[in-house]
Design a protein around this ligand. Structure first.
Ligand code: BG6
Length: 321
């Protein structure tokens, strides 16, 4: 049958002709932007997200002016990845010879590639409305010192997804060896704020927290909208990851919301005046007024990963809601 005159399908936009996200790599930086103007920058040292901008160019993350970007120490700001231990490692644990917050933020990761809207299963009609960047780290990529200090065969895949409305970061941990290991994980997000005295953190009320500024004593949060008025270093535990932690202005406008997958703890940290002055890579001294760390993690206990198993967790940060 001659089908040459058959009606052609009504055109469904495939996204092919629509503007697509761009991804560029220079030296150790991967930058991705959406056609609508949002952008993200990831440094291969630590796979640390160092910048996240909205379409109008406003920066959402805090990066210290004194941050070292040469691999000599973890990057002070953005979203460092804390793995496999949070804080100073316990003496009698397999992580005991590692530095504070582990090796992930102290190692060069590999850029594994990008995927954009179509392969991410998003609505094609929106064209390039999301881009995902994947980064990898494995035992063999660590320095000899770290390999010796934590001799487990592991694989990490860290995915950073930029969309118009959010930044999503998620980590997959694989146990590629023959024995189980224990780990903690934390996405140490430094959120940029105009004035620390004008923000409130919501949805922590009635939750139990360990206050690291008070000899790690345990307390219950009484405030429905926590104000930061001094050095703050608290580990809130056993939260429902689906309930967003909201950073709001003092007149109750939401500035950020953070939802999580498989990460049930939240660390709230601000170094305040003296600690900020004492950190060599924190500048200027008064910049503690322009940041709040709301860190999604699994840090109250340990995750055990059996040989051959994988675990995944992550966060989605929405800005200017
Ligand atoms: C927070 C910890 O997650 O990170 C704080 O709760 C710590 O105790 C802060 O001071 C910064 O850590 P570091 O190692 O980057 O100076």
């Amino acid at each position: 049958m001659d089908r040459s005159n058959r009606p052609s399908a009504i055109g469904v936009p495939t996204g092919k002709n629509l503007p697509q996200p761009t991804v560029t790599m220079r030296e150790n930086l991967i930058e991705a932007s959406l056609p609508t103007g949002e952008s993200v920058t990831v440094h291969l040292f630590g796979a640390t997200v160092t910048s996240w901008k909205l379409a109008d160019g406003t920066e959402q993350l805090f990066l210290s002016e004194g941050a070292k970007l040469d691999g000599s120490k973890p990057i002070r700001g953005g979203v460092p990845v804390v793995f496999p231990v949070f804080g100073p490692p316990p003496k009698d644990h397999a992580t005991s010879s590692l530095p504070q917050h582990g090796f992930a933020r102290n190692s060069y990761w590999e850029f594994l590639g990008k995927s954009s809207s179509e392969s991410l299963g998003r609505d094609k009609r929106d064209g390039g409305d999301a881009v995902k960047l994947d980064f990898g780290l494995s035992h063999g990529m660590l320095s000899e010192e770290f390999r010796r200090a934590w001799p487990y065969e592991f694989g990490l895949v860290y995915s950073v997804t930029l969309s118009k409305e959010s930044l999503e970061t998620s980590l997959q941990v694989q146990n590629k060896g023959g024995r189980a290991f224990e780990f903690q994980v934390l996405l140490h997000s430094y959120l940029r704020v105009d004035d620390i005295s004008k923000i409130r953190i919501k949805n922590l009320q009635s939750k139990t927290y360990v206050d690291k500024t008070q000899n790690a004593t345990t307390h219950t949060e009484s405030s429905p909208a926590l104000a930061i008025t001094q050095e703050t270093d608290r580990v809130y535990q056993a939260l429902d990851p689906k309930v967003p932690i909201v950073v709001a202005s003092d007149d109750d406008k939401p500035l950020f919301s953070i939802t999580r997958e498989a990460l049930s703890d939240i660390v709230v940290w601000n170094p305040w005046i003296d600690k900020a002055k004492g950190m060599s890579d924190f500048a200027p001294d008064e910049a503690y007024k322009n940041m709040i760390c709301v860190e999604a993690g699994s840090v109250a206990g340990w995750q055990t990963l059996d040989a051959g198993d994988a675990w995944e967790g992550g966060q989605t940060i929405r800005a200017r809601l």
